[in-house]
Write a protein that binds this ligand. Structure first.
Ligand code: LLP
Length: 437
């Protein structure tokens, strides 16, 4: 019995790949493919690493639900007392449907619309992480109109290089996110004078899949410099939110454990005389990434002129990360066939794009009908899935200690066009109601 990198819950038992007591090949037979499978205990373990290290210090751990917003996943974290980091009205409604309490929700995002802000005000979210001065003005006006006070934090861009992929690095000057460091004090002054707002904290998020602690400490230092300037201007800040971003093991990365990161962050807070402040964090990937796999079935083996293609039934619409970031995701056979000859394959999907690949140049012993598991697919897998090529989204299963639950049905073609109208029954554009979320 051997554990695979990243998750002690995923093991090779004889020829079988097993996730917390469930054979993945059996799950594929029972529920069909493509299929996402998540270990609930792996998620709980990951959360406990954060919670354990934060214990004794005032904190709020907000799961960044964009990583995986499936209700059963949210419910798992809500039951552990986690809060949520949301970025849309849709995420707010999902979090509430899963049992989240609004006073543990922070609302991030660079483009919050007026209906989304009003919805969040109505539910009384804990804090708006504001990303620009126009957003401050809009939020204040909407709060006054609703007779509410919005608690705010300003997302500051610390201009720190998190050393990660350019598409998922967010704390640099040329990113669209946050308020420039040198403009932050003026923005806080404006926030403090606007009726309808109550200044509560400061936040940043420097990127994703970060495998080192130093960028966090650099960003924290930049944030604390600002906290000191803002408080000198007579504005009190209660919390510091250092965002998410902690990386996971896809291949041979060795990111620090959450407890190590938190230990260093708390040490730095205390060393600089900020030990009394509430610490907020917004991890996404590190809570769910290694808890999930995507199962897919080999359809055809094709020997091209320059490459061997293994055509599977999962595609870029199920798992976009390889196509979008050239991300490397580990591929394992659900059932190993010892002695079978391994060849070098590109694992590709059926979608009509050359970018539709899941893995390249992998040594695998394959035959049609075999099932493959794409590992570390719990984060930014299903939540980024689309219906491109009119493909229904995959089903999802949660496993725990040998038991399995279908937590999302496979989308069927009727689901896909349920909201559409042929022209003869469509509503005229000029009689349309207000836009929804
Ligand atoms: N907070 C904010 C404001 C964020 O923008 C994000 C992620 C997080 C927290 C959570 O970051 P995490 O702990 O998951 O790294 N689709 C990409 C990742 C995009 C991350 C976007 N922001 C991927 O598949 O690698």
């Amino acid at each position: 019995m051997t554990s695979l990198p990243g998750s002690p819950w995923l093991q090779r038992q004889g020829a079988q790949l097993v996730l917390d007591g469930c054979s993945l090949d059996e799950l594929a037979t029972r529920f069909g493919t493509p299929l996402f499978v998540y270990s609930q205990r792996a998620m709980e373990d990951a959360a406990q690493r954060y919670l354990g290290a934060l214990k004794g210090h005032p904190h709020l751990l907000c799961y960044a639900m964009k990583a995986n917003s499936t209700l059963a996943v949210l419910q798992t974290f809500a039951r552990l007392g986690l809060g949520f980091d949301i970025v849309s009205g849709g995420e707010l409604l999902r979090a509430l449907a899963a049992g989240a309490s609004p006073d543990q929700i922070v609302f991030s995002g660079v483009g919050k619309t007026a209906p989304e802000i009003s919805l969040a005000l109505e539910h009384g979210v804990r804090c708006f992480n504001v990303e620009s001065t126009p957003e401050l003005e809009r939020l204040a006006a909407l709060a006054r109109a609703a007779g509410r006070t919005a608690r705010i934090s300003l997302r500051v861009n610390p201009d720190v290089d998190a050393g990660t992929h350019p598409y998922i690095s967010t704390g640099l000057k040329n990113n669209k996110f946050g308020i420039a460091h040198r403009e932050a004090v003026a923005a806080y002054r404006r926030a403090a004078e606007l009726e309808g707002l109550q200044v509560d904290g400061i936040d940043c998020h420097i990127g994703s899949q970060i495998t080192q602690i130093e960028p966090y400490l650099d960003a924290l230092d930049r944030l604390l410099d600002l906290v000191e300037s803002v408080e000198r201007a007579g504005i009190t800040l209660h919390h510091v939110d250092i965002g998410g971003g902690l990386g996971i093991t896809y291949d041979d990365e060795t990111p620090p454990d959450a407890s190590e990161l938190i230990g260093r962050v708390l040490d730095r807070l205390r060393a600089r005389g900020h030990g009394h402040r509430t610490l907020l964090m917004e991890p996404g990937r590190s809570l769910v990434g290694n808890a999930g796999v995507l199962l897919t079935e080999v359809q055809y083996l094709k020997h091209g002129e320059a490459k061997n293609f293994c055509i599977v039934d999962a595609a870029m619409n199920d798992l976009l990360r390889p196509a979008m970031y050239q991300a490397w995701m580990r591929v394992e056979a659900c059932t190993e066939s010892p002695g079978a000859e391994a060849l070098t394959w590109d694992v590709v999907g059926p979608v009509c794009e050359s970018g539709d690949w899941l893995a390249r140049d992998r040594q695998l012993a394959l035959q049609p009908g075999a099932r493959l598991a794409i590992l570390s697919a719990g984060a930014y897998g299903m939540s980024m899935a689309s219906n491109y090529n009119s493909r229904g989204r995959a089903a999802e299963v949660m496993v725990r200690d040998g038991h399995s639950w279908l937590v999302r049905e496979r989308e069927n073609p009727a689901h896909l066009f349920a909201g559409e109208r042929l022209l003869d029954t469509a509503t005229l554009a000029d009689s349309r109601g207000p836009a929804g979320y």
